[in-house]
Ligand binder design. Structure first.
Ligand code: DO4
Ligand code: MG
Length: 285
């Protein structure tokens, strides 16, 4: 079961039920006007299953403008959760290699703040590459949707856009490498009611298109994430609570070759087939 936020004809943001990735059913007449009503309910899937959708307005996905599937949650990100990510970071920086090596094996994961909700880019809009960076990459990641009680209630697709030269120069520059305009995309929608065991069997695929040509493709299995989703969510919620919930990116296992950098107008696709495809073009910010 999938839910989205989209713009209605009156330009108001509505919550939609997504069927077969092709149809959006407007849940407003059924009294569902915010995502949090669903995500904070005792049983989100049962809540939506209990709605008779037959008489509700429906639209083709292609005809609606999707908004990011997030309202007031903070977005955080885990890093170095795949072996591939650890080796890539160790190669990018002599300065920080030991830190990446250690954090991969440490009990405490790397978790950093990524974005506030209003800065998140939806599917269909442009993600950003910094104008002062020379080496910019997308980071295709599963994103966990966590409610105010710290429970994982759904998942979506995330892009943790990163400036690898800035990150590699000095670990203290990580916030600048990771947090800037248009550096976080989420979407196209949230999938509810999935167990971790099911999700770990899924594959993340990413392609980058430049001028109509595919210039990169890569894939990994979510089962390659070293830590459990529950462990990552529990660390995020240690010594802090999220009144509006949180979204936690789970790290990347897809790393383009070291001579690859994104260009303006590239198009980045990230597919996790049981969720959908997050597609964004690239703009310099
Ligand atoms: O400190 C590096 C960030 C790592 C990251 O974002 C990832 O592995 O996805
Ligand atoms: Mg990342």
């Amino acid at each position: 079961m999938k839910i989205c936020r989209f713009l209605g004809g009156d330009a108001a943001i509505r919550v939609g039920w997504v069927g077969d990735d092709a149809t959006v059913v407007d849940l407003t007449p059924a009294g569902i006007t915010t995502l949090s009503q669903v995500l904070e309910s005792r049983d989100p899937v049962a809540l939506l299953d209990g709605i008779d959708r037959t008489a509700l307005p429906r639209f083709a996905v292609a005809d609606v403008i999707l908004r990011p599937p997030i309202e007031r949650q903070e977005v955080w990100a885990a890093g170095v959760t795949y072996l591939r990510s650890k080796t890539a970071r160790m190669e990018e920086s002599d300065f920080s290699a030991t830190a990446y090596d250690r954090v991969y094996d440490a009990d405490r994961p790397e978790i950093f703040f990524k974005a506030i909700a209003e800065k998140v880019v939806p599917a269909g809009e442009a993600v950003g590459i910094r104008r002062d960076a020379k080496w910019s990459v997308p980071e295709p990641e599963l994103a966990l949707v966590i409610n105010s009680g710290g429970q994982i209630v759904g998942c979506t697709i995330g892009n943790d856009m990163s400036s690898r030269d800035i990150e590699g120069e000095n670990l203290l520059y990580l916030p600048q490498a990771k947090v800037y305009g248009r550096s976080c995309a989420l979407g196209p929608w949230i999938r509810l009611g999935v167990t971790e065991a099911e999700a770990r069997d899924w594959t993340v695929r990413s392609t980058i298109i430049r001028g109509g040509e595919r210039v990169f493709s890569g894939e990994t299995r979510l089962g390659n994430i070293k830590r459990s989703f529950e462990e990552l969510a529990a660390y995020l919620c240690r010594s802090q609570s999220f009144a509006h919930g949180a979204v936690l990116l789970t790290g990347t296992g897809i790393v383009p070759p070291d001579d690859f950098t994104l260009h303006e107008h590239d198009v980045v696709d990230i597919e996790i087939a049981p969720i959908g495809v997050l597609r964004n073009s690239v703009v310099i910010v």
